[in-house]
Design a protein around this ligand. Structure first.
Ligand code: NA7
Length: 539
């Protein structure tokens, strides 16, 4: 084994792929099919990415299984059977392990290697990439398949290190699980991860104390075993189903009628009936009940009022219900979908600490001290989210032309052209990077679209004897402006979400995802058709 500081031979390949989740696996597959030599690195000891790390109780996808899966292979799609409407983490991990085996993808990767640095060498037009486990490789191309939600956000709460019990972030959950039976458990955070974990932690914990900074909106997931008849129907025309999703603003939900129109043009009774329908159906399509929920604050208020009313109905203690009512616009922070979240608040041994009124002063050996009270705890769960969209890329010491660090270039926020490339960093590609639909699209089709675009681009370069592609600064400038302009038409920039980087202290406040998957795909196709408009292609 190569230890730190030990000289190892430098490997030479065509492309380095960082990460072995949905994006990295497919990138390794496509690029090796093109005949390129690929070296993949993955910090985890196995494939899976997000689904390798997020093993907390209740971890589950919020996009339906039949939509959240690869479409590059008809055989794969036909032979893989999902067991539930929304797949849980172990099943998605098993799927990715199956994909890795079926397409023989593990051979491309070295596991347990975290990429620490990648430097562009202008004299040879190559990237020198190194890992913390001592691997060194030189490649023409680097693809960052590092994920949008992969760098855990560990809060800087005074005394956190002094806590006597175990502390687990939901995104770094031990693979062997955590036995909470009989324990007094504290959960910090009430985003998607917490909303999924809380009902299950409450099943076994002796006492559960949830520290809430911002109440969240959640609609029921209505998860259920996948009906074989439904699966048969969808798979009978799987390509058509995928294409309909492909044209939707979020790359999903196409087959879920009825929808559309303006919430403001409907009567209160019609609105109530429509929201009831979507509440009963469950899941994120609730936000598509009307066309204007994410663009008109007034329309949004009707949906927000509806959910607040449901929370008041479910949570029996009126004072507790009030503390759980969100104030921001619905969908501004990612809508949660749950299985029994609000119902859990009716359990005697579950307590809420509203940090807006009673902030945490610090953590001590035996528990959490707030301004009003001390909570004795045996285990602390940090459901505090991620340094989203840029965290994993910026954790790598990336240097482009003239040795310029990406951290410096992005000091006031990420800047990309199409979310794929950034000027000054030739032959570096982001898969679902900031400025692409990414987290505001169904991630799997978004990943496949990116990887296909990149693979076609590399084939284009190869066929013309070109070795280098770089985004032009003016194209990047115009794209960044466009991404912000589109976001400005929506309710998304109105709250402190991770889409804006607002969950991480000191992070620049910039809206990162591009809104509109269908429009985005068209733009990428057009750029390629016009000979990679906005890029410089060089020998
Ligand atoms: P989220 O959605 O970012 O949620 C993190 C939660 O942790 C959220 O309620 C935060 O409150 C809270 N938080 C973060 N830092 C602190 C501190 N310092 N003190 C108290 N509370 C804090 O992450 P998730 O893992 O739940 O979900 C991420 C995505 O994964 C999700 O959207 C899906 O796309 C899948 P805040 O709202 O910032 O006030």
């Amino acid at each position: 084994m190569a230890g730190a500081g030990m000289a190892t031979a430098e490997e030479r390949v065509d492309a380095v792929v960082v990460g072995a989740g949905f994006a990295g696996l497919y990138a390794a597959h496509r690029l090796s099919e093109l005949g390129l030599a690929v070296r993949g690195f993955e910090a985890g000891l196995g494939v899976g990415g997000t689904w390798y790390w997020n093993r907390y109780p209740g971890a589950r996808c919020d996009i339906e299984s039949l939509e959240y899966s690869y479409q590059f292979s008809d055989e794969l799609a036909r032979e893989w059977k999902w067991s539930e409407r929304y797949a849980a983490q172990p099943e998605i991990l098993a799927y990715l392990e199956h994909v890795a085996d079926r397409f023989d993808l593990r051979r491309h990767f070295r596991f347990g290697h975290r990429v620490g640095a990648a430097r562009y060498d202008e004299s040879t037009a190559t990237w020198a990439v190194s890992t913390d486990a001592g691997a060194r490789v030189r490649a023409r191309f680097v693809l960052l398949a590092t994920g949008c939600l992969s760098k855990p956000n560990i809060p800087k709460i005074p005394g956190l290190d002094s806590f006597r019990g175990a502390v687990h972030h939901t995104g770094l959950w031990p693979a062997e699980g955590v036995d909470v039976r009989g324990l007094r458990v504290g959960v910090i955070g009430t985003g998607s991860s917490a909303v999924q974990a809380i009902p299950l932690l409450a099943e076994h914990a002796r006492r559960l104390v949830v520290f809430q900074r911002t109440p969240t909106y959640s609609v029921p997931a209505r998860n259920r075993p996948l009906d074989p008849e439904e699966e048969r129907r969808v798979k009978a025309d799987y390509r058509g189903f995928r294409l309909r999703n492909w044209r939707m603003p979020f790359g999903a939900f196409a087959d879920q009628e009825p929808r559309g129109g303006s919430a403001l043009e409907a009567s209160p009774e019609e609105r109530r009936a429509r929201y009831d329908t979507w509440w009963e159906k469950g899941g994120l399509p609730f936000l598509a009940a009307y066309d204007d929920l994410l663009v008109s604050p007034e329309a949004n208020r009707t949906a927000a009022d509806y959910i607040r009313e449901r929370i008041r109905e479910i949570v029996r203690d009126p004072a507790l219900a009030e503390s759980l009512l969100p104030e921001q616009m619905v969908g501004c922070k990612r809508l949660c979908i749950d299985s029994g979240y609000y119902e859990t608040w009716n359990r005697e041994h579950v307590a809420l600490v509203d940090l807006r009124r009673n902030p945490i002063l610090g953590i001590e050996a035996g528990g959490v001290r707030t301004r009003a009270e001390r909570f004795d705890l045996d285990l602390l769960v940090l459901a505090t989210g991620f340094d989203a969209m840029t965290g994993a890329a910026l954790a790598i010491d990336l240097r482009g032309r003239e040795g310029r660090p990406l951290r410096e270039k992005w000091a006031s926020g990420p800047r990309t052209y199409l979310g794929l490339c950034t000027a000054g960093f030739p032959n570096l590609f982001f898969i679902t990077g900031p400025g692409s639909p990414s987290v505001l699209a169904n991630m799997v089709p978004a990943i496949e679209q990116h990887v296909n675009w990149i693979a076609d681009c590399l084939a284009h370069l190869g066929a013309r004897g070109l070795g280098c592609i770089e985004a032009r600064p003016e194209a990047e400038e115009a794209w960044v402006e466009h991404v912000n302009q589109v976001a400005g038409f929506t309710v998304f920039p109105t709250c402190n979400s991770w889409y804006l980087g607002a969950n991480v202290p000191g992070k620049p406040r910039v809206f990162m995802p591009y809104i509109g998957f269908g429009t985005y795909v068209d733009r990428c196709d057009e750029v390629a058709e016009k000979g990679y408009e906005g890029f410089d292609l060089r020998r």
